[in-house]
Design a protein around this ligand. Structure first.
Ligand SMILES: [Zn+2]
Length: 228
């Protein structure tokens, strides 16, 4: 289901069923001369769309305006950079709104810079921080100060062990886990990412432009949709 196409009775039913609601999160960033700027977001969107065909989940409209940074190329390359401290208020407001609507099974999936997902990078950190702050504020608003110390919270650690505590209401995920990264070439605009985009969104690839690109695109010459 796509959130923007849903009717209110479908939203109510999805909340009652605790259906996962997922935000595809990414950036617009220079990926050499042969790849579309939206790669990091497109691969998340396309895979979630595929997952949605045989799983019960709600897709939120994707968010493309993360912190791309100008690390790989300056703004003339087309990258759009929004600082993490500007993303955080947006993330907090979005998650607060979803909690108020009644969702308790909220996720975001991100690919950009996720080789450092454990420690965090500006885009995912801003959304993780926004999620945490939204949950704390929501609990205090709905249950009052001292909510954690109340008798009904006595099973907190038991619920934590089974993933049922409030801090699991919103979770962030890298598109590629460390286990996947160990088996697949994780790179920037090289063999790995070019193959991914060839598999998932070939209309955003033009291999005839590859030779004009920078050093980190050289391995892309061996890319294939099959690998992706
Ligand atoms: Zn990328």
């Amino acid at each position: 289901m796509r959130y923007e196409l849903m009717l209110p009775h479908q939203i109510r039913a999805a909340i009652a069923a605790n259906t996962p609601i997922v935000l595809p999160l990414g950036v617009l960033e220079y990926h050499g001369e042969h790849l579309g700027l939206g790669l990091d977001t497109l691969v998340v969107v396309k895979l979630l769309e595929e997952l949605e065909t045989d799983h019960d989940l709600i897709l939120l409209p994707p968010f493309y305006y993360g912190a791309a940074s100008y690390a790989v190329a300056g703004p003339e390359g087309g990258s759009i950079q929004i600082d993490g401290d500007q993303l955080y208020p947006f993330a907090r407001a979005l998650f607060t709104s979803l909690l108020k609507t009644g969702f308790r099974n909220v996720h975001f999936v991100v690919h950009h810079q996720t080789e450092n997902f454990g420690a965090g990078m500006p885009t995912d950190l801003a959304f993780k921080f926004g999620a945490r702050q939204a949950i704390f504020a929501f609990l205090e608003e709905t249950h009052g100060e001292g909510w954690w110390g109340k008798p009904e919270m006595a099973d907190y650690y038991a619920r934590h062990a089974t993933g049922g505590d409030p801090f699991n209401w919103i979770k962030g995920h890298p598109l590629m886990t460390p286990g996947i990264i160990a088996q697949y070439p994780f790179d920037h605009a090289g063999l790995g990412e070019t193959s991914l985009l060839l598999a998932l969104c070939p209309e955003a690839v033009d291999m005839s432009r590859l030779a004009e690109g920078p050093w980190y695109t050289e391995t892309a010459k061996d890319a294939s949709a099959a690998l992706g």
